[in-house]
Ligand binder design. Structure first.
Ligand SMILES: C[S@@+](CC[C@H](N)C(=O)[O-])C[C@H]1O[C@@H](n2cnc3c(N)ncnc32)[C@H](O)[C@@H]1O
Length: 310
């Protein structure tokens, strides 16, 4: 696929299977698209999120926000125009982030997913800086969409996994990751590193380190390999130009760590509802979403079986 030198689109792409080098092997079972449970109360508002949060969401009432706003990179959304001036975009970022801060409980977490374009590499950092005097940046997570590794079984030849949008450029390498900035109100909010963790590769570490308590699980760190599922038709399978995988939201939910049955989760930029599906899958008590686009909203309602709010 031909992509301009400036590599403008940061998120997923639709590629036919076995198209080229970039349609790399995907690992099975990463994307869980099964229907969410009906334990979750979905309150989905077809409304601007700033006005909506002001109207519907009380101060200090939300435990967890997992969100991905538009990146201002000219993506062709249905309704939203993704081409504000940089100044306007950053001011708007501050405005919605201030609302998120208002509604977040003292022990709450905001996981903010944002990517860049090679021609605009400072943008995720500029967005994060808008939140600097509102919230503490507690963790910086790298969402890895594709990676090439040397395995023991293939010592001479790296294997590549995952998907990314190829950039046709003489100066930029392909962009295979995005950021997930974890913001909290104090910078001291405990997270469940072990629930979100992985088994030890070298089991002798379980005995060697006292802090394991005999458990075969360690913190997985801040590089999360979460590939998109391979799709062959965006319209039929993922009708939105810029989504994150359900599993990314799930991982944030697990790291946040609180009892899901007592958790209220919010996604101000709902899209087609991937954060909502993660919430449903994990029996989160209440999920609140806002989306301005008719079609994305309808898709989110369909996918969650969620009741539409006001
Ligand atoms: C990056 S996408 C989010 C995709 C979502 N995470 C998913 O996986 O489906 C951003 C979404 O925000 C929506 N949006 C833009 N401005 C909005 C606003 N002021 N209030 C609510 N939604 C908005 C866009 O229509 C778009 O669907």
């Amino acid at each position: 696929m031909e992509v301009a030198d400036f590599g403008e689109f940061p998120k997923d792409s639709v590629m036919p299977k076995s198209n080229n080098d970039d349609d790399t092997q995907n690992l099975p079972g990463f994307e869980d698209t099964s229907m969410p449970s009906f334990e979750t109360e979905f309150v989905l508002h077809h409304q601007d999120c700033i006005a909506g949060m002001r109207e519907h969401v009380a101060d200090d009432s939300v435990d967890l926000v997992v969100t991905s706003p538009p990146y201002n990179l000219g993506i062709a959304y249905g309704t939203y125009k993704d081409n504000k001036t940089s100044e306007d975009y950053l001011e708007w970022t501050r405005e919605w982030a201030a609302e998120v801060k208002r509604v977040l409980k003292p022990e709450g977490s905001l996981f903010l997913n944002i990517g860049a374009a090679p021609s605009n590499p400072w943008m995720p950092h500029e967005v994060a800086l808008q939140l600097r005097d509102l919230l503490f940046l507690q963790n910086t997570i790298h969402w890895i969409k594709s990676i090439s590794v040397h395995e023991k079984s293939t010592p001479d030849e790296p294997i590549s996994v995952g998907h990314f949008k190829p950039i046709n450029s003489k100066r930029f390498v392909n962009d295979c990751h995005e950021f997930v900035f974890h913001f909290t109100k104090s910078g001291k909010v405990p997270v469940d590193r072990i629930a979100a963790g992985v088994p030890y590769a070298d089991k002798s570490n379980i005995k060697r380190w006292a802090h394991t308590g005999g458990r075969d699980k360690r913190c997985r760190g801040n590089a999360w390999y979460i590939p998109y599922d391979t799709i062959t038709s965006r319209k039929g399978e993922r009708p939105h130009p810029a989504t994150f995988p359900i599993k990314l939201a799930t991982q944030c939910l697990i790291l946040h760590g609180a009892d899901p049955s007592e958790t209220t989760m919010l996604e101000p930029f709902l899209g087609i509802g991937h954060a909502a599906m993660a919430a449903g899958k994990h029996d989160v008590a209440k999920f609140i979403g806002f989306e301005i686009d008719d079609d994305y909203m309808a898709e989110a309602v369909k996918r969650t079986g969620g009741g539409q709010g006001a």
